[in-house]
Design a protein around this ligand. Structure first.
Ligand code: NAD
Ligand code: UFG
Length: 338
């Protein structure tokens, strides 16, 4: 039996493929390449020293999805496939509801028909909205979300809870990620955003490598020690290992569980910039710019539930994250296009 990884060619999915193989799982991967490149598959296989089945498939295509489940006996699904750009979701909500919500409905229907009822889902800390104070705990109220992207995550969490309530055989882990950064320590796989990056670390790395001129720090008048926004940055390899631990739990338990995957430590924008400069010995040009609409002052996890439920804790440091992001960016200045 294999673990099927939807969106396995993406940033978090590619790192999770490797950690699953390392942990001894057989995997199968599907992706429609709407935000990734085929090149990544060769690199995962190279790092894993092993082949695995890949299906170029869109999760909204029920027939194609059924063919995947016919070809591979699937024990559980780790579901990364989704669109994730907040601004784009405001401009084009239908694309987000169609891909993220519609795609998940189709996926779950095909899983059910195939007798596979175990799913690990990529949710986000964004479901906590603006009103809850950090550290964010899983039992806090969710759903007062600011944008269509975040609402699709909340809706999918609710959908999976309803599914588990309807049939006690279902098992769903709703993993609420904080801010994944870093890359595999080999520098062979990493984050390769299309166009100008929306997120802080890929922006810093592209300034450092000379692709972009200057970082804009969005606001220095937040209610934080240095005035810049505070987030819970987590190394993508730690995050990937969190999936392996969550999967093992999901395979032994039924029902829906929401679980934070974060470090529990906040770090400001300027702290991240200065850590990157110190660890890598590279200057990063920046200027202070106006606040970005929708941003919160502070957002970090209480990670205790993941430790209690499945024994997972983030282990890598901010220095590791900055070093590995830079190794990836400097070895692959144009990402997978090189
Ligand atoms: P990513 O864009 O790198 O990976 C997503 C992958 O899914 C891509 O390879 C894309 O081509 C594929 N995909 C999208 N729609 C698809 C479809 N309909 N059919 C098949 N494949 C499809 O993103 P990521 O950073 O690796 O994020 C993975 C998941 O985690 C996403 O669901 C995202 O919303 C969620 N998440 C990410 C972050 C983050 O900061 N990166 C934070 C919280 C949650
Ligand atoms: N920032 C800058 N300049 C930039 C980019 C970001 O100063 O060019 C700042 C932001 O204002 C924020 C911090 O860096 O204070 C982190 O911003 P990111 O865009 O990297 O991450 P966010 O915390 O805003 O968003 C992330 C995901 C979203 C998800 C959200 C949930 O990208 O998809 O976490 O908490 F919804």
């Amino acid at each position: 039996m294999a673990i099927l990884i939807t969106g396995g060619c993406g940033y978090i999915g590619s790192h999770t493929c490797l950690e699953l193989i390392r942990a001894g799982y057989d995997i199968a991967v599907l992706d429609n390449y709407c935000n990734s490149k085929p090149e990544v598959l060769g690199r995962i296989r190279e790092l894993a020293g092993r082949d695995f089945p890949f299906f170029p498939c869109d999760i909204r295509d029920e027939k194609a999805l059924r063919a995947v489940f016919d070809a591979v006996p699937v024990q559980a699904v780790i579901h990364f496939a989704g669109l994730k750009a907040v601004g784009e979701s405001v401009r084009d909500p239908l694309a987000y509801y169609d891909n993220n919500v519609g795609g998940t409905v189709t996926l779950c229907r095909v899983m059910q028909q195939a007798g596979c009822r175990c799913i690990v889902f990529s949710s986000s800390a964004t479901v906590y909205g603006k009103d809850n104070p950090s550290p964010l705990r899983e039992e806090m109220p969710v759903g007062r979300v600011e944008n269509p992207y975040g609402r699709t995550k909340y809706i999918i969490e609710t959908l999976l809870q309803d599914l588990c309530a309807s049939d006690p055989a279902w098992s769903a882990m709703l993993l609420r990620y904080f801010n994944p950064i870093g890359a595999h320590e080999s520098g062979r796989i990493g984050e390769d955003p299309a166009g100008i990056p929306n997120n802080l670390m890929p922006y810093i790395a592209q300034v450092a490598v000379g692709r972009l001129e200057q970082l804009s720090v969005f606001g220095n008048d937040y209610n934080t020690p240095d005035g810049t926004g505070v987030r819970d940055y987590i190394h993508v390899t730690d995050l990937a290992r969190g999936h392996v631990a969550a999967l093992a739990y999901a395979l032994r338990h039924t029902g829906a569980e929401a679980v934070n995957l974060g470090t529990g430590k906040g770090c400001s924008v300027l702290e991240l910039v200065h850590t990157f400069e110190r660890v890598n010995g590279i200057p990063v040009q920046y200027r202070i710019a106006p606040r970005r609409p929708g941003d919160v002052d502070v957002c970090y996890a209480d990670p205790a539930k993941a430790a209690r439920l499945f024994g997972w804790r983030a282990e890598k440091t901010l220095d590791d994250m900055c070093r590995d992001s830079w190794r990836w960016q400097s070895l692959n200045p144009q990402g997978y296009d090189a």
